[in-house]
Write a protein that binds this ligand. Sequence first.
Ligand code: ZN
Ligand code: MN
Length: 475
Amino acid sequence: MAFRPMVGLEVHAQLLTASKMFCSCPVAFGSNPNSNCCPVCTGMPGSLPVPNRKAVQFVIKTGLALGCKVSDYCRFYRKNYFYPDLAKNFQISQYDEPLTYEGHIDLAVNGEPFSIRVRRTHLEEDTGKNLHLSDGRSLVEYNRCGVPLMEVVTEPDFTSADQVREYLVQLRRLLRYLGVSTANMEEGAMRCEPTVNLVDEETGQATPIVEIKNLASFKAVHDAVSYEIDRQHWCLENDAEMQQETRRWNETEAKTTVMRTKESADDYMYFPEPDLVPLTPEREWVEEIAQSLPELPLVRERRFVEEYGLPQYDAEVLTEDKQVADYFEAVAATCGDPKSASNWVMGDFTHLLHESGQSPDTCKLRPEDLGKLIKLINDTTISSKIAKDIFPTLFEQGTDPQQLIEEQGLAQISDEDELSAIVDAAIEANPKAVADYQGGKEKALGAMVGYVMKETRGQANPGLVNQILREKLSE
Ligand code: ZN
Ligand code: MN
């Protein structure tokens, strides 16, 4: 028997809108508990929801980027269940009419291509949070209640934990590129729930589907899926009983444990939300959103390799974030040296960016000025050592590098007359080195070059110094 894994993924992502899904309360993190709430998001009787247009636009945008079709007509449903963090006892979600559906994404793991079908991307509202204190009391926090939430569901097309992780990495990058979500798993802005089972394609025999909850990182998702695949194989080999169930991932013990079985599965009693009219996105609007899509990260990554001749690694790192990729392209355009631009952006620039907690769009150093700096190195106006030394100042102040170099008198000395005089002094001060050099000891030149460098505080153009020295000594 050849059983292969069939893994599907459901991802929830909080949308980066200014206000909540059905009211005007702000979507803000770190506010005082229960301060961003109103009668609508806490479900007071008689309050009426109004959909957030931006949230609808974000889901359509994501759906289009995933190759999905956009519904002409779809309704919101009430998903009924009781939980203290959802005061109105139902979540407004979508059911059999998702906003977008039937897309796909082409990916690769270690050069092995695979394709994942996207079943749907739909829109719903987030729930609040319960905080369980160590003394046994529980608190409820409604600030998150009603935050727009997008759900992206795939078909069970993944065959390995590595594929699942690659999809999540690419989905996160895509959501960030589109500017629709921070997709930070650590902050709960992106959450995912895989389903795992094994199927024998010849006989059609399959193990019961297991859903895994409580996954807080890409590593947790990868390890949990991998564990679950192995566990089901083990059950098959040992004739152990299996059933359709929800399991939770225990990170410390690195295993899944039963949370609830099919018998106790929820019945949500979905029914159309009577307080909302159906969504009917106009074709022109959808077309407009399609036109506004940026170049997608995977496409851009490929272009960086082909157009700029960058190594695959550089292309991947630079296109991880749209702002960084834009910044790199502007630097490269100014200096005409893509590989140096890439080194500076990935190296010193990113380092200072992280250190100062800024983003490429908010930092003071304009990409044109970093491009200029690289140009000044390439045309030997300054040494790369001096460029590295002044970079923190440039980054902090956003100064024109040319101006800073002039102000601080850092330009490389490439004036032959000026250097010639210093070289004469170097020859005079080092009679032994002169004799050694003229006796055939090539290395003896170093002492005289060192003298010139010291005299010029490292600003002499070393190539030119060598050339002048050789000329003078051979006379
Ligand atoms: Zn509200
Ligand atoms: Mn959901």
